[in-house]
Design a protein around this ligand. Structure first.
Ligand code: SAH
Length: 387
C-alpha cells in the first residue's frame, strides 16, 4: 500500500516553483516507511507528486515525478535509459564521466559514475539506499559493467541515519582502473580516491582552460593532475601543487605514464607557496586555482570568502600581463555572484585589471536544475590579466 504525505501550502508552492525538495517544516501530515516512495498531496488533497520519504533528514521529501504514474521497475529503467541517452548526445571524449547526477536526471540523491568498464554508485538518501538493489540490477542489464562499487561513504548519509560503507555490489573492482580523458590516460583508485575516484565535474573546464595555455604554467590544488595533465602538453613547463603526498605521488606517476617530462610536482600548502613564489618574483603565463570546497556550511562562508580572496589575489599578482587565470569554487554556499565579487575584490587589491574570457560551470554530465540553486555548485571563471 502506498502511503500519502500531505504538504503545507508553502510546501505546495515550493513544488510549483520548480523545487524538488520539501523540508520537514513544510510537511502537514502522514506517515511512511523510511525510504519509501510516497504519494504527495496538497492541503486540499490534490495529487502533486511522488517522492522519496525520509524519516530522518530535514529534507523529508525528494520528488521523483510530478506525474501520476506508477513508480515501478519500468519507471526506474526508463529514468536510467534517459540519463544514458543524454550522455550519449554529449559526445564525451573520455571513458570516465557521470552517468546519473541526482535531481538533474530526476533520480534525486543517486550518483552513478562510469570509469571505463566499471560503475561507481552513491545512494545519498534513504530513498536511493532502499532502491539500490533494483538500481544495481538495472545497471547490470542496461550497461553491462564488469563491476559496480557502492561508494556510500559521504558524510551526508549520516543525516539520513545511514551508515558510511564501501561495498562491491556486482562483479569485481580492481585496485586501479585505467581511464582516458582526451589524450591523457590515468589510473583511478575507485575504492579510496576522492569522491568516486576522480573529479569528473571539471572535465570540460580542463579542456577549456587548455586552450589558453602556453609558456610557464602553475596548477594549484592538483590532486592526481586533472588540470595539470591536460595543460602540460601545451606548456613549456608546468608546476603542480597539492598538500597531499598521495595526490602528488599519483600525479607524478600519471605524468610519467603520459610522457610529460615538463611537469614538476610539489607537495605543499598552496597558501604558503603562492606567498613564497610572489616573494621570489616568479611570474606565470597561466594559473589554475581549483581548491576544495572552502564553505561546507553556511557558517563557514565568511572564512571561505577570505580564503578565495587570498588565493585569487596572490595568483593575479603572479600572472604576467596577458596571462590567464582559471579560478574555480565548488562551494554551493558561495553562489556565482558572491564568487564573482570576491574575485573582483582580489583584482582590486592586487591593483590589476582583468577581463572575463569565459564563465563556466560543472560539466554538462552534471546537469543543473533551474529552480534548484543547490544543484549549481561548481563555478569556473577564465580571466585574462590586462596589464
Ligand atoms: N584539480 C583537481 C581536483 C582538486 S581537489 C582535478 O582537476 O582533478 C582539491 C585538492 O586540493 C585535493 O587534492 C586536496 O589534497 C588539495 N588541497 C586542499 N587544501 C590544500 C592546501 N591548503 N594546499 C594545497 N593543496 C590542498
Amino acid at each position: 500500500m502506498e502511503s500519502t504525505i500531505t504538504v503545507s501550502p508553502r510546501g505546495e508552492e515550493r513544488i510549483r516553483n520548480g523545487h524538488f525538495w520539501v523540508y520537514r517544516a513544510d510537511v502537514g501530515g502522514g506517515q511512511a516507511d523510511s525510504g519509501a516512495v510516497v504519494r504527495v498531496v496538497g492541503p486540499g488533497g490534490r495529487f502533486l507528486a511522488r517522492a522519496f520519504f525520509s524519516d530522518r533528514s530535514q529534507i523529508t521529501l525528494r520528488i521523483v515525478t510530478k506525474h501520476d504514474v506508477p513508480v515501478d521497475r519500468g519507471f526506474w529503467r526508463a529514468r536510467l535509459e534517459q540519463a544514458a541517452s543524454f550522455r550519449a548526445r554529449l559526445d564525451i571524449d573520455a571513458t570516465a564521466y557521470r552517468l546519473v547526477h541526482g535531481e538533474g536526471d530526476l533520480i534525486p540523491s543517486l550518483v552513478v559514475d562510469r570509469y571505463g568498464d566499471y560503475l561507481v554508485v552513491q545512494a545519498l538518501s534513504q530513498g536511493t539506499d532502499r532502491l539500490l538493489p533494483e538500481i544495481t540490477s538495472l545497471l547490470g542489464e542496461l550497461e553491462g559493467p564488469k563491476g559496480i562499487l557502492a561508494r556510500n561513504d559521504p558524510r551526508v548519509r549520516l543525516l539520513e541515519g545511514l551508515e558510511q560503507t564501501v561495498t562491491v555490489l556486482h562483479g569485481d573492482i580492481p585496485e586501479k582502473v585505467s581511464v582516458r580523458e582526451g589524450k591523457i590516460e590515468y589510473d583511478v583508485d575507485l575504492t579510496h580516491g576522492q569522491k568516486t575516484g576522480a573529479f569528473l565535474d571539471q572535465r570540460e573546464n580542463r579542456q577549456a582552460a587548455a586552450q589558453y595555455v602556453g609558456g610557464r604554467v602553475l596548477d594549484c590544488f592538483s590532486y592526481a593532475g586533472g588540470f595539470a595533465l591536460q595543460l602540460a602538453s601545451r606548456a613549456d613547463e608546468l608546476t603542480a601543487l597539492d598538500i597531499s603526498e598521495d595526490a602528488t605521488a599519483m600525479l607524478a606517476r600519471n605524468a610519467a605514464r603520459n610522457g610529460l617530462s615538463n611537469v614538476q610536482v610539489r607537495t605543499t600548502n598552496v597558501f604558503d607557496e603562492l606567498r613564497t613564489l610572489d616573494r621570489m618574483g616568479e611570474k606565470f603565463d597561466a594559473i589554475v586555482l581549483d581548491p576544495p570546497a572552502f564553505a561546507k556550511s553556511k557558517a563557514a562562508i565568511p572564512k571561505a570568502l577570505s580564503g578565495y580572496k587570498e588565493i585569487n589575489l596572490r595568483a593575479l599578482k603572479l600572472l604576467k600581463p596577458g596571462g590567464f587565470l582559471t579560478t574555480c569554487s565548488c562551494s554551493y554556499h558561495v553562489n556565482e555572484s558572491a564568487f564573482a565579487e570576491v574575485v573582483f575584490d582580489a583584482a582590486l587589491d592586487a591593483r590589476v585589471d582583468v577581463s572575463v574570457v569565459e564563465k563556466r560551470m560543472q560539466g554538462r554530465d552534471h546537469p543543473v536544475v533551474l529552480g534548484m540553486p543547490e544543484t549549481y555548485y561548481l563555478k569556473c571563471f577564465i580571466l585574462r590579466k590586462l596589464e
